[in-house]
Design a protein around this ligand. Structure first.
Ligand SMILES: Nc1ncnc2c1ncn2[C@@H]1O[C@H](COP(=O)(O)OP(=O)(O)OP(=O)(O)O)[C@@H](O)[C@H]1O
Ligand SMILES: [Mg+2]
Length: 448
């Protein structure tokens, strides 16, 4: 008798009774759903493909969207494949159907707002999911009380004080260190909330990077790994598609990573050993300061690198980086002022004498052109390689360069030649220029 009564209860109406009219109204008005899923697994409300409007999703994320079983969800592959958008849709729907407290991080706080914050905000707007936004605090609160907290890992003390996190999203996970990851993993303790998960999105930037060792060399039963490329994203613009395909002719290393979405074969690195860690200003304050700049164009970054050199112990400390595309000279001048480098000697690429002259007029009076003699790249690299290089772990762009900057191979013999590839070098060029005057010019036999 009891059983009959139980089986007659419609599960959907049960959950609808648990939710307020307002919450039900929001879910019913959400364009991601065809119909609302019932509650099951106790009080957790999972989602299935069949409840969703397929026009709003890429196929691969629809297949994965109800997978809450694995703790680690790895979304990796080429550029523009919809990794960030798809993973964010999955967590947004999990949080819309269940009360969650989601920590969303990227290495550098300043990069969060225009990347993953904008993506998640866009998904809420696009799906018509009611929420409130606190822009200065970078918090999004959903109609049902679920919260998304956005942080930079350069803010890590603040993260330590957040309690009861149910899920973590790591945007551009290759930017963080393995130690950062371990700290985050510890933050996500098993607690009352069901199915705690960590979502990680990244491009296969380098086999040197911790993500390769951790998720591809080691097997982890608790990890779901999803590979996608631009061909898996039907929302991508034609223009973006063409840009990616063109890399085949212009930049084979980028083609492999950003178009095919594969870890590039590891060629011989120019700087095989660099130390990555936090560098405090007190630690290096007594050492000589340097700054260098490489000019970019529309598609290339302008790079400014600064740091300190310890000539006696042969150590270079890289403590500051700035990378941006399409910078005009007046924007460069403003940026140099904002970085507090206006009064410093900055050595810049001498191929841009006109820009250097213009920057002087704009108040950057101590900027000077690099000397650049014959074979200056080789000599500069040779001198740099006599130093131990310590990079502050927040300088994620130059670290990516160090992890990809390799020697060229002779196409016929397959042997490495005494010349580096002409990519992943904007920051490293800026470093060479910045240190040009400080390096002694003794030439030793160049080793590859
Ligand atoms: N379901 C969707 N609905 C609408 N637009 C989408 C959807 N999925 C992806 N897009 C769009 O496709 C583009 C690329 O997506 P996204 O930024 O998520 O790619 P990605 O794989 O994270 O790229 P990257 O490797 O550069 O980080 C974005 O403009 C995004 O808004
Ligand atoms: Mg992305």
């Amino acid at each position: 008798m009891k059983n009959t009564i139980k089986s007659n209860i419609n599960k959907t109406s049960l959950i609808e009774e648990l939710l307020s009219d307002e919450e039900n109204g929001v879910l019913k008005g959400c364009s991601y759903f065809k119909k609302l899923p019932p509650v099951s697994f106790g009080d957790f409300r999972p989602i299935k493909k069949s409840y969703l409007n397929p026009n709003k999703f890429n196929g691969w994320i629809l297949e994965d969207i109800g997978n809450y079983k694995k703790r680690y969800n790895i979304y990796y592959g080429g550029g523009g494949s919809g990794k960030s958008y798809g993973a964010a849709q999955k967590i947004v729907l999990k949080a819309a159907l269940n009360k969650r407290k989601v920590l969303v991080v990227r290495k550098i706080r300043a990069t969060v707002k225009h990347s993953i914050y904008a993506v998640i905000k866009g998904i809420l707007d696009n799906g018509n999911l009611k929420h409130t936004e606190n822009k200065s605090d970078m918090t999004l609160t959903l109609f049902n009380g679920s919260v998304f907290l956005f942080k930079g890992l350069d803010d890590s003390e603040k993260i330590k004080s957040i309690a009861d996190i149910t899920d973590i999203v790591i945007e551009e996970a290759s930017e963080i260190t393995e130690d950062d990851f371990t700290q985050l993993d510890i933050r996500l303790r098993p607690l009352k909330a069901k199915y705690p998960q960590i979502y990680m999105m990244f491009n296969p930037v380098s086999k040197i990077n911790w993500v390769y060792k951790r998720w591809f060399l080691m097997k982890n039963e608790n990890a779901a790994i999803l590979h996608t490329t631009y061909t898996d994203n039907r929302f991508l613009t034609e223009e973006y598609r063409k840009t990616l395909e063109k890399l085949k002719e212009t930049n084979p290393a980028y083609y492999k990573i950003y178009c095919l979405g594969e870890f590039a074969t590891l060629d011989k690195l120019v700087f095989p050993i660099i130390e990555k860690r936090l560098i405090s200003s007190e630690e290096v304050a007594h050492l000589k300061f340097f700054a260098g700049m490489d000019f970019g164009y529309i598609n290339d970054d302008t790079a400014i690198i600064s740091g300190r050199i310890d000539k006696k112990n042969k150590v270079i400390y890289i403590t500051g980086e700035y990378f941006r595309k399409a910078m005009t000279n007046d924007v460069i001048a403003q940026t140099i002022k904002a970085l507090g480098l206006q009064k410093e000697v900055i050595t810049a690429d001498s191929a841009e004498q006109k820009s250097i002259a213009e920057l002087r007029k704009l108040g950057i009076s101590r900027i000077r052109p690099a000397q650049k003699g014959k074979d200056s790249v080789k000599h500069g690299l040779q001198q740099l390689s006599q130093y131990k290089i310590v990079v502050d772990e927040r300088c994620v762009k130059i670290i990516e360069e160090f992890e990809n900057y390799t020697w060229k191979k002779d196409k016929k013999t397959g042997e490495y030649i005494n010349e580096p590839i002409d990519t992943y070098n904007h920051g490293i060029d800026a470093l060479r220029y910045g240190l040009e005057k400080d390096m002694n010019s003794t030439v030793i036999k160049f080793f590859k």
